[in-house]
Design a binder for this molecule. Sequence first.
Ligand SMILES: [Zn+2]
Length: 305
Amino acid sequence: MLTKLLSRALAPAPALQTPKVSTPAPLTAPPRIQNTAVRAFQGTSGFESARLTKPLLPPLPPLSPGDLGKLINPRRAAVEEALATGNPVPFTNTDGKTEQVSVTQLPGGVAGGGDDVYVVTVGNDRFTVRVEEGADVDAEAVLAQVIDSYSETPEDLRGSLEHVVIKGEADPEGAAARAGDGTITFYGGEANVTADIFHHEIGHLIGRQVEDANDSWLSGILEKLAGEPPPIPDGWADAAAADGNHLNDYTEESFEDSGVYTEDFAEAWSEYMRALDDGPEALAEFERTYPERSEILEDLYPPPA
Ligand SMILES: [Zn+2]
C-alpha cells in the first residue's frame, strides 16, 4: 500500500486546470502540493494522522501472556501483579468499584508446614488466606475470587473476617464451607470458593459482629455466662417470622432442627448481596419477598440510591 502510494506520489503530476485567479503563495510558506495523490497520502499518513495515532506506531507486538490474562481476567491479573511486585495495585471488582489491593505470600517457615499463606490488604483492611498443603488449587484464581467478594462487603463489616482457609479435603459432614471466630473455611479445594458461598459465610461472621454490637455491657456479661445467642442481628427472628417464609429448603430444615435463624440470616445476606449485584429489579423482588428482613439488611448495608 505504502509503496503504491509513494510511486503514485512521485509520478508526474497530471495537468491541472489553471485557476482564473491565483494568489501567489508567500515566500515563507512551504510549496503547495498540487498532486491529489500526494495530498491524499499526506492526509492519511502524514502529520495529522501521525499525531493522532502515534501510540499505535510501530505496529503492536503480539500480546504477552500477561496482557492476555488482563483481557480475560483483570482481577486475576491484578493479583498476579500484586504478588510479583509486592506493591498495592488497583483492583476493580465485579461491581466496578476500584480499591488498592496488596497480596504478599509469607515465607514458608513463617507460614508453617507446607501451607501457603497470603496476607491480603484491601483498602484499609487486612486478612490472611491459607491454602493448606495438598489442596490442589489455583492460588491466584482463589485469591482473586475471595478479594472480589470481600471488596463487595461494606467497609464497616469487613473487620468480621480475619482468616480464610482453603482445605483440600471434603468436610466430613458435607459442608461446602464453615465460618466462626473470624475465620471462613472452604472445603474441597477451590470448587466451593464462589461469591454466593463467600457471602453466606461472611454473613455468619457479620451476624456475630452485629449481635455483639447490639449487646449492652450487662447482656455482654450474661452472654459470657449463659452462652452466646445465635449470630444474628437484634430483631431478625421476629422479622423472619413476620415475613412468614424460608429462603430455601436448607434454611427451613436448619430452622426446624435448631429453632434459630442462624442459617436464615447468612443465606439472606448472601441473597441480598446477589440482588444488589443483579440490579434494581432483583432488589425490588427481594424486598417484596422478604420485606421485614430487608429493613434490617438495608440498615446494615444501604442499597445504592
Ligand atoms: Zn451457614
